[in-house]
Design a protein around this ligand. Structure first.
Ligand code: FE
Length: 332
């Protein structure tokens, strides 16, 4: 009797073990969990998530063929470009991904796929900045903002991508002048994350800051941060002659993916209606899939014109942007 039931248990547990995938995520575990739970409930496929903060490409290179990872989830186009350059991902051909994700938000060589986008905009004090006072990124270097701008580190990926877009659009010389101008306007040395700049504006330390859209959604939903978020207006600046800077979060399949078939299922699912809605509602990001609605809050921020500088060009300008940021000693 005992032997039979043991066998019965084994018979159940073997196929269950096979239905697993492993994800290395640079994205916050709290954000990924609702997606993972919904996917597992729908498909029975278990998703193990390892949070990898730094050195994603190096880790995958070191692990080589023995890597347990099937997929990488990350923010920022340059990070996606880095893992492609490190040759640790494989191209994925999928009619579902092609149908769900606009061409401009995926790699022409099918090695990375955007899952959400976010705009990098200006948080402006409701009290001290009038509507219409900021309209372009270029204007942040103008003298009228002297001592009025707060910023996180210039070396942060989001800021490097914004400066990279400036390099791609206007060249290195103009980009250098611009970031020097912004630095000259700082109210304090760069510190903290985007949310800390909102808090600094609310506390009267500065009047404007550059930050990502979704952080305001997160803050408005946090009783401790709500008041600070309510002290700022969201301004969607454009590049002169261009649009508002966008970045993405995305997914790539590792070269060594041991569970390729199920990993592809998860990738496709992440680009579909259920996941896109979760991204929109729980993290206030812009869904990439046409037709999936933005959250009501994000809709209230209004429409804007996304800049058309190709993401690949922004990634290519990363090295130049990093060098400029170090040369002007933005954080110093
Ligand atoms: Fe972020």
């Amino acid at each position: 009797m005992l032997r039979l039931s043991t066998l019965a248990l084994l018979a159940i547990s073997v196929p269950a073990l096979a239905q697993e995938i492993n994800v290395y995520s640079h994205r916050q575990p709290e954000l990924i969990q609702p997606l993972v739970d919904a996917f597992t409930a729908e498909t029975g496929i278990k998703v193990n998530v390892a949070f990898v903060d730094k050195g994603m490409a190096e880790r995958l290179q070191a692990e080589g063929d023995r890597s347990p990872a099937d997929l990488v989830l990350t923010v920022d186009i340059a990070r996606l470009a880095q893992i492609v350059e490190a040759d640790v991902v494989q191209p994925v051909q999928s009619a579902v991904l092609e149908a769900n994700i606009p061409e401009t938000l995926r790699d022409p060589n099918d090695k990375w796929f955007g899952l959400t986008s976010r705009a990098r905009i200006v948080y402006a004090s409701k009290e001290r900045v009038q509507p219409g006072e900021v309209t372009t990124y270029e204007d942040l270097a103008s003298e009228k903002w002297k001592g009025r701008i707060c910023s996180r580190s210039g070396l942060n990926d989001y800021n490097i991508a914004l400066l990279g877009a400036m390099v791609a659009r206007n060249g290195e010389e103009a980009a250098t002048k611009w970031i020097e101008g912004v630095k000259a306007n700082l109210a304090r040395k760069p510190e903290g994350g985007d949310r800390d700049q909102v808090k600094a504006i609310a506390a009267g330390e500065c009047d404007i800051a550059i930050g990502n859209t979704y952080y305001i959604g997160q803050m408005l939903n946090d009783p401790e941060q709500k008041a600070a978020a309510e002290a700022v207006n969201l301004v969607f600046p454009t590049f002169v002659g261009g649009g508002t800077h966008l970045n993405i979060s995305g997914v790539a399949m590792t070269k060594s993916a041991p569970n390729k078939e199920n990993a592809l299922k998860f990738m496709e699912w992440l680009s579909g209606d259920t996941a896109q809605k979760i991204y929109a509602e729980t993290n206030y990001e812009y869904p990439v899939k046409p037709g999936v609605e933005r959250s009501a809050l994000v809709q209230s921020w209004g429409e804007f014109t996304p800049d058309t500088t190709p993401l690949a060009d922004i990634a290519k300008a990363r090295a130049a942007a990093l060098k400029i940021m170090e040369t002007v000693n933005f954080d110093g």
